[in-house]
Write a protein that binds this ligand. Structure first.
Ligand SMILES: O=C(O)[C@@H](O)C(=O)CO
Ligand SMILES: [Mg+2]
Length: 260
């Protein structure tokens, strides 16, 4: 059975960030993920995890100035120093939370620009080395251009080609099924082909990005397929509930972990 991680950036928004951990545990999750923890001290995040018996599945490195529209800085010109600092910051939170995988966003840049491509590749190699020293995997996540117009890493094939070209065992694919379906479709065959390089999976219905309980994709089939493939990682529930988060957890009932 897949091990689900509640995404606290999208789910449980009825609670303040640090209270979402308890809400997720009460709902039956034993792992959480989110975009960014950086508005909170590392020790406060660590306490929210340990108080509620939760495992930190994943979070993102700082993305540049999110409020001004930045979506990562890895492929951007003249941001190398800030990028390196962002990795150091993320590693401080990784040490506090015990997370074993981190994702950093590529940024908004033309994928055909050779300078952006070289910067991104250098950034991945640099971060892979820093994370590898701590036993942490680096996730590369292709994101669809409808949700994030102008995003550099907007193609699964390109992400996998880079992972294979770099040949570093701790650089892996973040396979967000929602993005995959919008960008390329053929989800099941892609899971079968790419599972060896996949380090994290995320889910949502398509096209609404709500609960994974209908619309274009048959999630019960895909969850069974992950079991058939022997996927042992986390499945991040990165969806926006249609209404109340708890009220929308009907899809989760058959998979809910038994909690004391
Ligand atoms: O799919 C997404 O949007 C996220 O996983 C992410 O990291 C960037 O927004
Ligand atoms: Mg995602």
């Amino acid at each position: 059975m897949p091990r689900f991680a509640a995404n606290l950036s999208m789910m449980f928004n009825e609670w303040s960030f640090l209270d979402r951990f308890k809400a997720a545990a009460d709902a039956g999750f034993d792992a959480v993920e989110y975009l960014f923890p950086y508005e909170h001290a590392p020790e406060d995040v660590a306490r929210a995890l340990s108080d509620n018996g939760l495992t930190q599945a994943l979070f993102n490195c700082p993305p540049g100035d999110w409020g001004k529209g930045e979506r990562g800085i890895a492929a951007l010109a003249d941001r190398q120093e800030e990028f390196r600092e962002s990795i150091a910051t993320a590693l401080r939170y990784a040490e506090a939370t015990g997370v074993k995988r981190l994702h950093f966003m590529s940024g908004l840049a033309d994928p055909a620009d050779p300078v952006a491509a070289a910067r991104y590749r250098d950034a991945v190699a640099f971060a892979a080395d820093r994370l590898g020293e701590k036993g942490i995997d680096l996730m590369l996540e292709p994101i669809n251009g409808r949700d994030m117009p102008g995003y550099f890493l907007n193609d699964f094939g390109r992400a996998v080609a880079l992972i294979e070209a770099l040949g570093r065992p701790n650089v892996k694919l973040q396979f967000d099924i929602y993005h995959r379906q919008i960008m390329h479709g053929d989800v099941t065959m892609a899971l079968r082909a790419l599972l060896p390089v996949t380090g994290h999976i995320q889910i949502a219905s398509v096209p609404s990005r709500n609960e994974p309980d209908g619309e274009e994709l048959n999630y019960p089939f895909l969850f069974a397929e992950l079991d058939r493939l022997g996927y042992a990682g986390f499945v991040g529930c990165e969806y926006r509930p249609r209404g109340g988060t708890v009220e929308g957890l009907g899809w989760f009932a058959p998979y809910r972990a038994r909690r004391a």
